[in-house]
Design a protein around this ligand. Structure first.
Ligand code: KG4
Length: 381
């Protein structure tokens, strides 16, 4: 039986967003205060770690006070403090972690270290503003995390037990949007800019998807391969741009007219195609586990790139083919936020899983099992 009326505070500083939230029962967001550093990093068209950690330090105390004030919560109301301690930029993680440790000691509140990847997976199940997420699945489930730092097919067992089915060999999906946007001189962050450019493309008027000028990603990988790769498409965009530049003013290549919107569309299409293919491969392989109720028929999507409507719509179509439904958070909860961290903390706290005060920050994630070794996840009830 879940313990009711448990209030927790979540702190997220793994990258460039400083975010603090007060959440009740792991689900109801009482307040969410975030300082986005996008403007500070946009000059460099990417996150500068030193700038990120310095600004976390400047903002975090004020955000905590605001989150407590807005939710009418006092320190004594809090059962736990959840803080992202992995993975992420180490300097950024340390700011959140040290802040949480200091509060935990001073106010005698339980401290809980959170895996940022597990936190993203909790986002669709929050209730925030007009978003009324469904209850958290009671069964184990499969998820795709697509963010600026990670691209991973995950089996979720609990916030401290994530199984990896496939991940990126190089850049993360969001990172590739950002790097390609930089290459095309579009601005930062690249994902939303590329999505809106792609939406304006008229590429498909009179042309078919077979004519997309960028090659499919990992075209020849064997069916058992669930890995991703995004650095090759970046190089392909570079050479496409170069050839367009050489072709003169009318931007004609192989008899086709192109502009930046068409390149954005082609890129978004190829990235989505790879995500769809690997999800299909995973679901095909484990179809019997879904049917036999070992795995929930909710497929969860999380991370900043999950805000992309084209990607969401297409992934929805993919999972539907397997009788599953896609659970994705609203745009505002796709990006890094303290509410998803507090939600994870609730499920750990409930089980009595507290962290010690010497909890450390880690730049890398931790997996309960790695690709090809996932039998535990699949077999356990
Ligand atoms: O999850 P997030 O806020 O930070 C990390 O934990 O990495 O994700 C940020 C990433 C950036 O790379 C950004 O370009 C990407 O998410 N992103 C998008 C969209 N909105 C944000 N990518 C594609 N389409 C979008 N609409």
């Amino acid at each position: 039986m879940p313990i009711k009326n448990v209030i927790g505070l979540g702190i997220e500083t793994s990258c460039d967003d400083t975010s603090v939230s007060i959440v009740k029962n792991g689900r109801d967001v009482l307040s969410l205060k975030t300082f986005s550093q996008v403007k500070l990093h946009s000059t460099f068209q990417g996150v500068v770690p030193e700038i990120a950690s310095r600004n976390h330090l400047l903002k975090i105390n004020g955000l905590i006070e605001d989150a407590l004030g807005q939710s009418n919560t006092s320190w004594k109301d809090l059962s736990y403090l959840a803080v992202t301690n992995k993975p992420g930029l180490i300097g950024s993680l340390i700011v959140g972690l040290q802040t949480a440790k200091a509060i935990s000691l001073a106010r005698d509140i339980d401290l809980i270290g959170i895996n940022h990847l597990a936190a993203h997976i909790h986002a669709p199940f929050l209730r925030y503003d007009r978003w009324q997420g469904p209850p958290f699945p009671t069964k184990k489930f499969l998820a795709l995390l697509i963010s600026g730092g990670s691209t991973a097919l995950i089996g979720y067992e609990s916030p401290d037990s994530l199984h990896l089915f496939g991940s990126t060999r190089d850049d993360a999906a969001g990172e590739s949007f950002d790097k390609i946007a930089k290459l095309l001189n579009l601005g930062y962050p690249g994902g939303p800019i590329i999505e809106s450019l792609a939406a304006r493309s008229s590429f498909l008027k009179g042309r078919s998807l077979k004519e997309v000028p960028l090659p499919p990603i990992l075209r020849d990988s064997p069916k058992s391969d669930l890995s991703f790769s995004f650095s090759g498409i970046k190089t392909a965009v570079y050479y496409l741009m170069k050839s367009i530049g050489d072709i003169s003013k009318n931007k004609k290549k192989n008899g086709m007219l192109f502009d930046k919107t068409d390149i954005a569309f082609s890129l978004q299409f190829r990235i989505t195609e790879l995500l769809q293919r690997n999800i299909s491969r995973l679901l095909e392989k484990y179809r019997s586990y879904i049917k036999s109720d070992i795995i929930s028929d909710n497929f969860v999507l999380g991370g900043g790139v999950a805000a992309n409507k084209y990607i969401r719509e297409n992934l929805q179509k993919t999972v539907e083919k397997f009788g599953m439904s896609l659970m994705a958070p609203p745009g505002i909860l796709c990006t890094d936020n303290g509410a998803m961290v507090a939600s994870c903390g609730y499920y750990l706290w409930e089980k009595g899983n507290k962290s010690e005060i010497n909890l450390e920050a880690y730049s890398r994630p931790e997996w309960a099992s790695l690709p090809g070794k996932n039998q535990n996840f699949l077999m356990k009830a």
